[in-house]
Design a protein around this ligand. Sequence first.
Ligand SMILES: Cc1cc2nc3c(=O)[nH]c(=O)nc-3n(C[C@H](O)[C@H](O)[C@H](O)COP(=O)(O)OP(=O)(O)OC[C@H]3O[C@@H](n4cnc5c(N)ncnc54)[C@H](O)[C@@H]3O)c2cc1C
Ligand code: SF4
Length: 334
Amino acid sequence: MLRLPSFTYLEPRTLVDALKMKADAGPNASYVAGGTDLYPNMKRRQQEPGTVISLMGIPELKATEGRKDGMGGPVIGAGVSLTELSVLPSFRRSYSAVSTAAALVSTPLLRNMGTLGGNLCLDTRCNYYDQGYEWRKSIDFCMKKAGHICWVAPSSPRCWAVSSSDVAPVMVAMGAEYRLAGPGGERVVPAGRFYHNDGINYLTKQPDEILVDVRLPATDGWDAVYHKLRRRGSFDFPVLGVAAWVRWEKKGRGVADARIVLGGVASYPQEIPEAAAALKDAALSDSTIERAAEAAFRPSKPMDNTDFDLSWRKQMTRVYVTRALEELRNRRGT
Ligand SMILES: Cc1cc2nc3c(=O)[nH]c(=O)nc-3n(C[C@H](O)[C@H](O)[C@H](O)COP(=O)(O)OP(=O)(O)OC[C@H]3O[C@@H](n4cnc5c(N)ncnc54)[C@H](O)[C@@H]3O)c2cc1C
Ligand code: SF4
């Protein structure tokens, strides 16, 4: 059985206290929410913080529904569990892509513990990295932790570990905003600018910053869906996620604007502008959907570091984008 190393555990009750504790503890400290990503990583010695600061006692991170902000939609606290997110009636009604993605994460136990914030900050994944210490030592580690080489692309100067969050692609597709609190104050960043295409530095957030809440746009004439490919439907991480968002034309039944975002194929949720361009100002006909799926297929370049054959995963991009757009069309009733 893998055991946790010893560490100091702190439980702040306010954001200010949490930021101060992090500043005092320095780079050797890590925030934790539900712990369903951090603790397994600590057991495998992928992450080894000497101090762990729990965010779960901070009421501000637990806000659900009710509050609205400049985007006109709900504000949801980063500490809300995935289970809550998947059953909130207002979300199931008006933000069903979010509740669907949350409901598709892993198992009920992990969704009860796992939070929205932890999911949006989830560590990137790779078959050569998500292994126990002895396994990684036997290959002399890799550049994401303790080593010098990338075993997926040995001549590459960067890490290609995969963004494996189910909810992040939906937030990017919907144009959500994240509120961050840091030592220098607060800032709000668009979800699409929160992620880097780099398996090691996969977030633009500073290590001290806390993701406080997520702001969603008002529901006015748009719709979004999420489709996920994985081996075991009851358990596994996505090896491909497709979040599709469209704004319908005010008059007529065409698409005024669109965003297609892929999860599980790059180190960040990858927006595909070419696919969006194929949808814009067009009716969601079979041929439009085919063009958009083809446009998404070309830049979808999964690496050989998760489950399934990579060329098959690439092929599935076309299939899953088609399914997502067909679902949007069916919901619209066109
Ligand atoms: C067997 C298994 C299967 C899984 N399957 C899936 C899956 O299918 N899809 C999926 O998306 N995930 C999956 N996960 C990963 C994980 O369970 C979820 O992503 C979960 O939402 C993580 O949330 P958490 O609160 O437990 O994160 P934690 O482990 O607490 O934190 C994760 C990271 O985020 C940081 N963090 C957390 N909250 C904040 C915050 N508010 N501000 C700043 N930093 C923060 C932590 O410092 C840490 O680095 C799986 C995990 C396991 C063990
Ligand atoms: S992509 Fe390369 S560097 Fe990154 S975790 Fe995998 S093997 Fe390591």
